[in-house]
Structure formats: C-alpha cells, structure tokens
Design a binder for this molecule. Sequence first.
Ligand code: PGA
Length: 254
Amino acid sequence: MKKRKKLLVGNWKMNPETLDEARHIASVIRRGMKKVSNVNVIICPPFPFLAVLRPKDKNVFLGAQDVFWERAGSYTGEVGLPMLDDVGARSVIIGHSERRAQGETDEMINKKVKVALVGGMGVILCIGEKERDANGHFLATIKQQLVSALLKVDKKNASNLIVAYEPIWAIGKSDREAMKGDSIHEMNIYIKKILSEIFGQDIGRAIPVLYGGSVTPANAEDIVKNGRVDGLLVGRQSLKPAEFIDIAKIIGNI
Ligand code: PGA
C-alpha cells in the first residue's frame, strides 16, 4: 500500500516582525524541502505576508492562521475566505488555543469551520485540553470541542478537514515536557472514535490527526512513530528553518 504523505504545519503565530525575515524563513524552507520526500509542508504566516509568500513548490503550501465567518462586508479588522483563497492560501488554522484564550467561542469556531469547508479550503481544526485530571474529564472536553466545532458540517466536506490535537499544557514548553508518543496514540484513537461517531467510520477514520505542542527534532520521531499521527503542527521551531527541515526529514523517513 502506498504510504500516505505526512503533514508538517508551521504556525508562525505573530512572527517574524518584518517581511524580509518572513521571506528569508520561507525561502530556506522551500530550498530545504526540495530534498525531502513523503512530506507536505503548510506554512502559516501572519496575514500581511501571505500574498508575498505564495509558494510555487509541489510540497510546500500556504495556510492562514484564522478566517472570519462572513465572506466580505463591514467587519473592520477581519479577513474573509475569498481573500485568503485569492492570495494562494489553501488551508486555514481554526480554533487555536491562543485564539480561544482571546475569547473565541465554540460557536464562532463552528461558523468559521463551516464557511471554510463549504468554500473548499482545508481546515486545520485545533482542539486540546487545558490540563489533565485523574478523573478523565479532559476526554469530555475534547469530545465537546469536536462536536461543537463540527456541528452541521456536511460529511461531503469532511475530506478537507484535518484535526490538530494540541494539549494546552504542552504548548510553548521544552521538548521534554511535550506529550509522549504512546499517550498521543491513545488520544489519536479517541479522536478518531469521536470523528467516526460524527461522520461515520469510513470518513471519520480517514480524517488526518496531527499533534502539536513543543515539537522539536528531538521528539518528532517518537511522536509520529509511536503516536501514529499523520503529522505535526509546529510553532516556535517553524521559525527556525533548519530545525523545521530536520523535523520534515525525520517524519518523512517514518
Ligand atoms: P509550540 O507551539 O510548537 O511552540 O509549542 C505549537 C502551537 O501552539 O501551535
């Protein structure tokens, strides 16, 4: 059976400060990716850099970090799906924990997911618990986040959906504090079970699940091999192109 390509998403967050730096990071990643196989990369820079970084490569794609749920209109400060589409973004991160912390609700996330999927855009839906509790309440949190984000999503659009599991307690830490592959595997099974309940088994099982939270070249292999995830969502290391390419090479060999 042909191996499914791994996915490596680089979430630049609100970095870097200048277009020159953004161009530099993107061009080093592009050059590096010419020597990597079995991996597709999606770089997600801040909005102002998107149009300039439009990629022409076969394994490097462009994504945005958010989208508004209306397509256009009087919504000062927001960015609509047709704009992202027009500048070459093929995916969008929705529901990142840092946006949820800014007040984004499940209902807003659901509206964004629907507009993006209906518009044919790839959605990288972020979910993850704040903390782990001995009674397993975090599992209910994960289920609730998935069910509410995917409410009334038509299953015919689910082929453009990717789920990124990012436990908040593991984001922005050292690689030793990231979640270990074996525990990620358990979460992966749980997430696929919920997705199967929502969309039916064939569609639910086929939705790629990524892990995010303090991924580096030191833990990427354990996470992808033992966690059996379809790829990674990387924050800080995606701004260090050499490390980012190392991660791509590591997961491309699994
Ligand atoms: P990190 O961020 O890799 O810097 O921990 C991941 C994320 O928030 O997407």
